[in-house]
Design a protein around this ligand. Sequence first.
Ligand code: V47
Length: 374
Amino acid sequence: MRSARDLLRLEDPALAPIADKVLAGERLERGDGLVLASTADLLGVGRLANLIRERLHGDRTYYNINRHLNPTNVCVASCRLCAYYVPWRRRDEGWTYSVEQAVEVAARDVDRSVSELHIVGGLHPRLLVDYYEELFRALKTRFPWVHLKALTMVELDFIARASRLELGETIGRLRAAGLDSCPGGGAEIFAERVREQICDHKTDGRRWLEVARAVHAAGIPSNCTMLYGHVETAAERVDHLLALRELQDETGGFQCLIPLAFHPENTELDHLPPTGGRLDLQTIAVSRLLLDNVPHLKAYWIMLGEKVAQVALHFGANDLDGTIFDERITRAAGGTAGTGLGRQRLERLIREARREPVLRDTLYRRIELASDVA
Ligand code: V47
């Protein structure tokens, strides 16, 4: 009988015991993660991750029709990794929408085909819980069919503190106003050593996980992210994924992991090179293999570029995010993948990668568009 190693055409013998575990459906450990993240056998790691991807989802590849909405770019955190923010002292140079303005900006692209608004911004000391309640209510009144995926754990933590409210009460009020789920941003890399260098003034890793726990306890699903390709080590990536896995064992509230490729341009870390395709693909594959309890893994085409995102569909990813009109965070950091892809183009990318496109809502339910909105 041919061994797992032969079947998967593994070149690195260190992958063989990991392949045995993957084939037996066993959980991988930290040591396995370190091997996977550092081996030169990229295709071997990719085949292992693809095995899990196909076990979970076959050829199905999800995407949605969404629009980003950024109510403000004014932020008191001043993260070195970020090219999007305007600091508080220069707030006149940034934007801060009134509720009415935010609704009008959303209305530029929201029609009946759009199922999700992805709403994130900056930590603005004057945008307190009542602003977001009013915003969510106004958006739900104007676009009642749209799912509001809004506010990262960092924003929720800040809004609660700035509003002098308990976190649980803040989350409850926002949910009552229309918050449906939360995006996964702000997690970066949990290791303190790394956060000191890339985002030292914001919610730390322990607190990010605590807020996610509270969000899940309130019955609100969320996503999670990992920002890679800056000053972190492979071991710090592995530990980040394992911390997410541990919380997911407890709450089951994460729907999707999005590994985010760091874009250095226009940030204080612009001396760093952008990520290469190898790190992108290996990180996606390692994430799929370690994070065995989070159902979906997103190849975020805006950060990866369309072509790497297509290949990633064979390295563990089963979702491309969405049409993404008006994305501003990656664009500010030199992202060139453009902003906004038509539905037909996304489907073509997926089909050309020999996968099956599935239009979804934010909760991964299949959507059939009525012919008059398709
Ligand atoms: O929180 C900031 C990261 C995140 C840069 O949940 C940067 O469905 C790269 O979280 N280079 C925002 N990354 C994006 C995000 C996201 C995207 C798509 C889908 C979902 C989801 C979440 O982008 C930030 C931060 O981690 N980021 N600056 C940069 N220069």
